[in-house]
Design a protein around this ligand. Structure first.
Ligand SMILES: *Cc1c(COP(=O)(O)O)cnc(C)c1O
Length: 364
């Protein structure tokens, strides 16, 4: 059986060695020694001034948006071609998502369509580096400057990605990474907010711990702290991350070799100026020669589990239906891609020989 993904893990021995000290000092969460070590290691690896660690990516994003002090019922421009977390994080902050369409090549926000969505209520943009593909960060920065908007990136898929040789986390007012087990880099569950602003750091630290200070409570915060066991997993996985990316790169090159000239199947090509992390390998089928659901069935019959990632669009799901405000017809490119996309299996230990087999089953 080949699943769509498989988490990267250190050896059992390496992890046990890392957590041994926790039995000595009996400090399990609330910024313990592993948390501090992991935070330092990440700041160095990503070359970022401030990283706040979280128990998961979703709460990291929710807190990053909360920390911006946006006006109640403000409008936030985002895309529906993402995991539901992105939209929930906006709505759960009492803000209104306004959906912008995506571009055809990399499925990120179509920056030429942002300005027409801006109203006097618009306060922020939440773009998504979907599949690890980098948004047009320069266009977004210039729009945000012109209209005085905050930018919070959902970079759940983009850990380790660089643009013009700088960490992707250096763009926008804040960037969220997810360290969920299914992502390229994991801490079992986990996440982080990166930014270069020391005021934000204090606020994020408080928000993830009930909004509390030593003897007062300043914000209506939640509990979103990363534990010592998660941080220890992060320390181990970070040691092997570059190597894991190299293994993924071989897989992606193999997929590209088999599928690049196949009529009716579109793949993502490398982006200019981007150092990728090989997080996902999505294909988009034409719908006539190749039908998405048939391919997924055929793969399943061969013990290969691919996913309709991302389908449905977040402006098409039931929990937002009766809100009436969302309409996926307004994002036709996203709608068309969501109906034809398949995320193929990809993980560091995927056998290169299996990729040929997967491609044979797809082509049929
Ligand atoms: C995984 C994911 C999240 C949420 O991260 P968790 O760590 O699972 O909470 C948010 N946005 C996107 C695009 C994701 O894929």
């Amino acid at each position: 059986m080949i699943n769509v993904t498989k988490p990267s893990m250190p050896t059992y021995e390496e992890y046990c060695k890392e957590i041994k000290v926790l039995w000595e000092n009996q400090w399990l969460t609330n910024s313990g020694i592993k948390h501090q070590e992991f935070q330092n290691a990440l700041e160095e690896y990503l070359n970022i001034k401030h990283i706040t660690l979280y128990t998961n990516g979703h709460l990291a994003l929710e807190n990053a948006i909360a920390a911006m002090d946006l006006p109640k019922e403000g409008e936030v421009i985002t895309t529906p071609f993402t995991f539901i977390s992105t939209t929930h994080a906006i709505v759960r902050n009492g803000l209104k998502p306004v959906f912008c369409d995506i571009n055809e090549d990399f499925y990120t926000i179509n920056t030429s369509k942002i300005e027409q969505l801006i109203t006097d209520k618009t306060c922020a943009i939440v773009p998504v580096h979907v599949y690890g593909n980098v948004c047009d960060v320069e266009a977004i920065e210039s729009i945000a400057n012109n209209y005085n908007l905050r930018v919070i990136y959902d970079a759940a898929h983009a850990f380790g990605v660089k643009y013009k040789n700088r960490s992707i986390a250096k763009y926008g007012d804040a960037t969220m990474f997810s360290f969920h087990a299914t992502k390229v880099f994991n801490t079992i569950e986990g996440g982080a907010v990166c930014h270069d602003n020391s005021d934000l750091e204090l606020k994020l630290e408080r928000l993830k711990n009930f909004g509390a200070t030593y003897d007062d409570v300043l914000h209506i915060g939640s509990n979103a702290k990363m534990s010592e066991f998660q941080a220890a997993m992060g320390i181990c996985n970070l040691r092997h991350f570059d190597n894991e990316m190299k293994k993924r790169e071989l897989c992606v090159k193999e997929y590209r070799k088999f599928l690049r000239d196949e009529k009716g199947i579109k793949i993502c090509f490398p982006q200019d100026n981007v150092t990728p992390n090989y997080a996902y390998f999505p294909i988009v089928v034409d719908g006539s020669k190749y039908k998405r659901n048939e391919i997924i069935e055929r793969l399943k019959n061969n013990g290969i589990y691919a996913r309709k990632y991302f389908y449905p669009l977040t402006n098409d799901v039931s929990c937002y239906k009766d809100k009436g405000a969302f309409n996926s017809k307004e994002t036709p490119v996203a709608k068309s891609i969501a109906e034809r996309v398949i995320a193929l299996p990809l993980y560091a230990d995927l056998d290169v020989e299996h990729i040929m087999r997967i491609c044979e089953v797809i082509i049929g």
